[in-house]
Design a protein around this ligand. Structure first.
Ligand SMILES: [Zn+2]
Length: 265
């Protein structure tokens, strides 16, 4: 967490709030998370906020882009009243003040993410090995990119950001459940029909979750509150699948994985 729908929701929230605003002051409280080099850019205007994989990109009126990865617990606040200003001070990493006196804070509970300035070359180097976006990838490309890892386990490759981006532990489990594919299934035993089904379910689940502003389990919140997709999860952290079978768990690539031994083969 967060995965593609959560990062996309945060990006949309930021876009609505801070595009075309000029940053006039930056106070950095946590240098491990927020690079002090950002201050060298002052003053600068945010021209756009976009997403690539699980990265947030703050484009500016300079050639420098601010790159942010939230990891497990990074988040942003754009406080509107005293109460929100107070809660934005929790786990504070940095405060950005705009020309209109509004502020944006970056916060990080576990301090694993980062926010740093990148030149166009640095950005290219950091992002060049990322796989395609799951909402854009065609059925054919999805099949070809994964099928070549014949002896790999399907869930491991779904979560590999160099193969396809944005699908993390929760959505991989949901998509595999809905496609009736066992998460540890060897890739060379998966049929083309099953691949097509998986492609379809990944796109449906991610789209639905974006509509509901993501899944709020543990710490995720976007700029206006919590997401709603946690109410639609079918297998993640469930003791029973929707058909009433007892679920099982196993560890794949170091991550706990729920599956239904009856539904998923
Ligand atoms: Zn089942």
């Amino acid at each position: 967490m967060p995965e593609l729908p959560e990062v996309e929701t945060i990006v949309r929230g930021l876009k609505d709030r801070i595009v075309s605003k000029k940053v006039i002051k930056i106070e950095i409280k946590d240098k491990k998370v927020v690079s002090t080099k950002i201050k060298d850019l002052l003053p600068f205007t945010i021209t756009n906020v976009t997403r690539r994989a699980k990265y947030l990109l703050f484009h500016t009126n300079t050639s420098t882009t601010l790159l942010c990865h939230l990891r497990m617990t990074g988040h942003f606040h754009y406080p509107q009243n005293k109460e929100e200003v107070q809660s934005s001070k929790k786990y504070l990493a940095a405060t950005f003040t705009f020309h209109d006196n509004s502020t944006l804070t970056h916060n990080s509970i576990r301090r694993l993410g980062f926010l740093k300035p990148c030149t166009p070359n640095e950005l290219h180097t950091l992002l060049q090995n990322l796989g395609p976006e799951p909402l854009i990838i065609s059925k054919e490309e999805f099949y070809h990119r994964i099928a070549k890892y014949q002896t790999g386990k399907i869930k491991e490759k779904l979560m590999d950001q160099n193969v396809i981006v944005g699908v993390g532990n929760i959505y991989a489990q949901e998509a595999l459940y809905q496609s009736k594919i066992h998460p540890a299934k060897r890739i060379d035993t998966i049929t083309k029909t099953q691949f097509n089904l998986l492609h379809k379910h990944i796109q449906q689940i991610l789209t639905h979750s974006i509509q509901l502003q993501g899944t709020s389990v543990k710490n995720y919140s976007h700029l206006a509150g919590k997401g709603g997709y946690q109410n639609h999860l079918q297998i993640y952290q469930k003791e029973q699948c929707p058909k009433g079978h007892a679920t099982n768990t196993l560890t794949i690539a170091g991550r706990g994985t729920y599956y239904c031994p009856t539904c998923q083969k």
